[in-house]
Structures are given as C-alpha cells and as structure tokens.
Write a protein that binds this ligand. Structure first.
Ligand SMILES: [Zn+2]
Length: 348
C-alpha cells in the first residue's frame, strides 16, 4: 500500500480561500496520463475570451486569458469589491432582475480572482502556517474557475438578512430551484451538479454559476450534463454506489465520504468511474486505525474503506494498462474527533 498525504478535509473557511471547495495537492499512486488535453484555445487575432474554456483541477487558466479578459468591478451589498467578466455581469444583472420579480434576492459573493492574487494568498499562508497547511486549504493558483471571471458565487438575501454560509444556503433548496431554473435563459449553467463530482472534482454547489452563453447553457441544462461532458472531455456515466449492510455507518455517514473519493477521482484524467462500494464492517479494526494514524500522523478515531471499479483512459502512463477495467481498488479514509474525514491512502 502506497501512502499519500492527507489532502482533503472540510473546513468552513476553506471556502473563503478557494472560492469553492477543496483544491488538489500533489499526490502519488494514482493513474494519471502525462498530457492534459488542450481544450480551450484562443482564436488567432481574436481578442475575446473563450466562453467555453474549461478550468478545473486538470486544466489551468488559458495562458493569455488575463491579458484579454474584459471585466467590470462593482461593490456588492456587503461593501466588498467584486470583479466580473463584462458579458457575464450584464447577464447576471438580467437574471437578478428576473429573480426579484419572483421575490428572490441574490448578490455577488466571490467572482474573479487573478492567478497572482491566488499566489499571494498561497504565499501568505505558506509563510504563516507552513506549506502543508497552505497546500491543503488554498486553491492551487491557475486551476480555479474563479480566475476566469465567468464563475459567479452568489449568496441569498432572505427577509433582508444575509444568508452566505454554505450550510445556511443549502437549507433553502426551494429558492435554488427557482434560481437554477432561470439561469440558462441568461447564459448560466449550474457548474457543480450533485452526482457529477467524479467529473467536475467538486461537490454540489448551488451557488456557483458559470457563464457559457444562453444557447449552450440551455442545451447543457436540458441534458443534465457537465461542461466537461458537453465538450467530450468526460463520460457522463453515473457510477453505481453500493452502501452495503453496515451496522456502524449509515448512508448519511457514507455520502460525504463517497463525495470526497469522487472529487479525488476527477483528477484521474480520462478514467471512467463505474462503481463505488462499501468494503464492509470488517475494515473497522483497531489495527487499521493504528495503521492510518501512522500514515496520516493524526489521532484518528474512525476508519472506513471503500472499493472502486473503474476503466482507465486510452492513453494511460506508467504501470497502468490503457483502456482497461480495474476492480476492487481500495480507498482508506479516517476521521478525527471532530468528524471530518481524510482520504489517508489508496491503492492495491
Ligand atoms: Zn465558486
């Protein structure tokens, strides 16, 4: 069993730093083709940004983006300056106005952050808390969709009150339903769909919208797919989840753990996730806990194991066979007293 550093964890304030959720830290022992496919090219002599550019954990911001993107800077209702790509902002204003007619009030939270700004945050955190900490909680500069100016995080204003914390926002699905329904008409898609974490690398974020233009937004939304799937960069197959018959963990306990595994899997470029299943209560032993404590260097109190079936990409590098089915690939996670799970190690 190869070991990795603990790379995923949930802290509320992570969101302020990454704009979204977790970002990758260097990892080992995973299938990874050498080349990342170029998908977002700029047209020669055409000084507009590509509204379909994919910026995710595998694909960085296109090189000349920052020199050609046209943005506007506005002050939100909390008095903070936010920067948005111009066309996306105009579209946002129309969406906002339409929603207000329905009695729904939204405002911009996190929009554009330049790569340099992200690097500054990374440097500050490295200096103050060390490289491990910074890598864990700060988005890798260059690999956040928020660099584009086309990704908007909004918050809600309900009865005049600011609702901006993730958990509070999640508690209003009826509001998000209306917001999501109206978005495509104005050119926005919901970027991080539930159940698609293995493709996007992020868990469900009802507040994160991405501008792609109305025609494509409508098509993507109707099909219920991701931007990656629309562009042919990922297979939209929904993996089978098998929760087994645990007398220790409920489905509700397992779901966030499975989401973490799926988010990590999204970094395995070109691989298709087929199935995730609970390995069984036999994995819960003091010996395994001790083993994970020694790897993760934390005083873990809970252990869980999942097994994964997946299909590799056509051009896999290293020890992995291309276009091949792998089964029963192991994922070991452990939780500390506060209940947050870490992916501690994985492999055969
Ligand atoms: Zn976001």
């Amino acid at each position: 069993m190869k070991t990795i550093k603990v790379i995923l964890s949930v802290l509320a304030f992570t969101l302020a730093l990454t704009g979204c959720k977790k970002q990758p830290a260097p990892a080992e022992a995973e299938p990874m083709p050498a080349e990342t496919e170029e998908t977002s090219e700029m047209k020669d002599g055409d000084e507009t940004v590509d509204y379909l550019a994919v910026v995710n954990k595998l694909n960085p911001l296109p090189e000349n983006w920052e020199s050609i993107v046209k943005t506007v800077t506005v002050t939100n209702q909390l008095g903070r300056e936010v920067e948005v790509e111009q066309t996306a902002y105009e579209a946002y204003l129309k969406l906002k106005e339409d929603l207000e007619e329905e009695g729904i009030y939204i405002d911009l939270d996190s929009v554009r952050r330049s790569v340099a700004e992200q690097q500054r945050i990374m440097d500050d955190f490295t200096k103050e808390y060390g490289a491990d900490y910074a890598q864990k909680y700060v988005a890798v500069p260059g690999y956040s969709e928020h660099h584009t100016g086309l990704a908007l995080d909004v918050y809600l204003i309900i009865d005049g009150k600011t609702v901006i914390e993730n958990e509070e926002m999640m508690a209003h699905p009826e509001i998000w339903e209306v917001v999501h329904e109206k978005m495509p008409e104005y050119g926005f898609i919901l970027r991080y769909l539930p159940g698609k974490e293995h493709i996007t690398g992020y868990g469900y974020e009802p507040w994160h919208m991405r501008y792609v233009g109305p025609d494509i937004a409508k098509e993507i939304t109707e099909k219920g797919i991701t931007l990656e799937g629309y562009l042919g960069m990922a297979n939209e197959t929904v993996p089978e989840i098998d929760y087994g018959n645990s007398s220790v963990y409920t489905k509700e306990d397992m779901d966030p753990v499975i989401t973490q595994i799926k988010c990590k899997f999204a970094e395995w470029n070109g691989c298709e996730l087929k199935r995730i299943r609970y390995a069984g209560d036999e994995c819960i032993t003091e010996e395994n806990l001790e083993w994970l404590r020694s790897i993760g260097d934390k005083s873990y109190v809970k252990v869980i194991e999942f097994l994964m079936d997946f299909h590799t990409a056509k051009d896999m590098q290293g020890a992995w066979e291309s276009d091949h089915d792998y089964t029963d690939y192991q994922w070991w996670l452990a939780a500390t007293e506060d209940g947050s799970w870490d992916i501690v190690t994985w492999g055969y």
